[in-house]
Design a protein around this ligand. Sequence first.
Ligand code: 5GP
Ligand code: MN
Length: 328
Amino acid sequence: MTSKNNTIDTIRQLLHNANNILLTSHIRPDGDAVGSLLGLGLALMAVGKDVQFVLTDGLPSTFKHLSGADQVITAAKEDFDLSVVVDCSDLERTGGSLGENQPDINIDHHITNLKFARHNLVEAKAATASIITNHLKDWDLPLTLPAAEALLTGMITDTIGFRTSNVTGETLRIASVLVDHGANISELYDQALVTRSYAETKLWGLGLSRLERDGRIVWTSLNNEDKKLAKFHGKGSADIINLLTSIDDADIAVVFLESDNHHIKVSWRAKPPLDISKLALSFGGGGHAAAAGADVNGTMEEVTAHILKATRAYLKNGILPANQISGL
Ligand code: 5GP
Ligand code: MN
């Protein structure tokens, strides 16, 4: 047996031996965090397990239609005998949902994953939800309709509707399993990627009014004042980065989002063959070649200047392997 097969088998045993399983994911949860969390948790509930869904920042309203959404809590309530972290490349990104405890299981698709748990299943697939879908059978867990809906939502959101450069035939085959189990792809797509609140749309407007460009880099920022003006109460940036990536005369898009504790959340998107993940890692963040992020300490002015300088230097180096730019 390979060590990967060992890990998969160990995870099966751990899941079946546990009774109260804590599932958690990253701060500012996106669709893959939520979909993976609920998908795995709903399958575990279907075999009689007690499950706690913990997201430190709570559930974004975009995903409130999913089964189990109303069970998401922001801190662990009860004791648990097994912990599983999904879609999270480092432990800090859980926002402290596990306290000092080392997680038992880490299931993730980020190439920058730091393998922080006792058992780490890291596969470079298009979404963490696709890893879970693929292994449910190995783990003797049923792919129920609510689980399939959550998992397909994870796949749809992380691939922005199956149009990111990491989408392969395998991605579509995995998604087709979910559709075959009854998940309604057009409805889930619409709910996850098309439907927007007025407040989110207003926030886009404020961000877009401040759009800037320097050569092949475009960027904008969102501060707490914008959120207040737009009456937007979410933790994230309402995915405004997805709008910036549609600008054809740019190769890198960056969004700076003011967050708590003197931190700025930086989101990068890069067009292939650029790899932005190591740049994000060099700022303590992580992600994928085409989409990465980091939480950077400082004021909006400081962080914007610093990050743009590093991003410009990276772009000037062209498509050099990312490890050659780690000194930025
Ligand atoms: P986003 O820009 O949408 O927040 O994130 C893009 C990608 O980078 C996602 O896959 C996300 O998980 C990862 N990412 C974003 N921010 C951070 C961060 O602060 N730390 C790490 N490790 N990954 C991040
Ligand atoms: Mn995620």
